[in-house]
Design a protein. Structure first.
Length: 235
């Protein structure tokens, strides 16, 4: 069935049907006056706010999930998902994404939306010195893709997705990760954090950039309502 689909990533809320121009998207800040947030600057902000460096990753995760979808926070996940591929590669049985939401698919014309549980992952990374290849953190990234490949959405021929929310040191996502996602028809999206005003400590996640649009368009799908830019907040 080759119908045009409007793929909306949301949690229990009907999304808009406005198409988004991909040419206008970029992995940048929400405003040109903002400064991309490096891991080093994030550590400085945390220290100034009395946050220990051992807590920076957790605090960044909470900020990113709470603000990326203004007024509709991504719920934090505490469930483990089995990954046979990660088990085979690294001897670790599971992955634990930071956020997990359903994939909601609106089929044109005007049919009831279809919802596929556990088919969209959000993962925050406040790190430097990596582009998040499949082998990162004992094949954690490959494990995410492995789980999404077996998700309810994928079983029905739809496109699951993974959303990376990172500091600006990760200026792009590894080509190897994109290739692995392409083989599984999984959308890969990326947003970086920025400081709104220099030395202010006020932060904002930029808009998401879709890194492999072909996985949607080959199947006649148009993704929309994926979140970002986020609301302004602090650690």
């Amino acid at each position: 069935m080759n119908q045009l689909r409007n793929v909306a990533l949301s949690i229990g809320v009907a999304a808009t049907v406005t198409m988004t121009s991909f040419t206008a998207q970029a992995q940048t800040c929400a405003d040109r006056s903002q400064t991309p947030l490096t891991k080093s600057r994030l550590d400085q902000i945390a220290t100034n706010q009395g946050i220990t460096l051992s807590r920076v990753g957790v605090e960044f995760e909470e900020f990113a999930l709470n603000t990326i979808r203004a007024g509709n926070p991504v719920p934090q996940n505490n469930r483990l998902f089995p990954s046979p591929l990660r088990q085979a590669k690294a001897g670790i049985r599971n992955v634990e994404p930071d956020g997990v939401v359903p994939l909601v698919v609106h089929i044109i014309p005007f049919l009831n939306p279809q919802t596929y549980a556990d088919s969209v992952f959000y993962e925050s990374k406040a790190v430097k010195g990596t582009l998040l290849p499949p082998s990162y953190e004992n094949y954690q990234i490959l494990g995410f893709l492995d789980v999404l490949d077996s998700s309810p959405a994928r079983a029905e021929g739809e496109n699951p997705a993974i959303f990376f929310l990172t500091t600006s040191d990760i200026h792009k996502i590894s080509k190897k990760t994109i290739a692995e996602a392409n083989r599984r028809d999984i959308g890969v999206w990326h947003s970086i954090a920025c400081e709104v005003t220099p030395q202010s400590g006020d932060l904002q996640m930029g808009g998401f950039r879709l890194l492999n649009r072909s996985v949607y368009f080959w199947d006649g799908r148009v993704p929309t309502s994926y979140g970002g830019p986020g609301s302004i907040g602090r650690l």
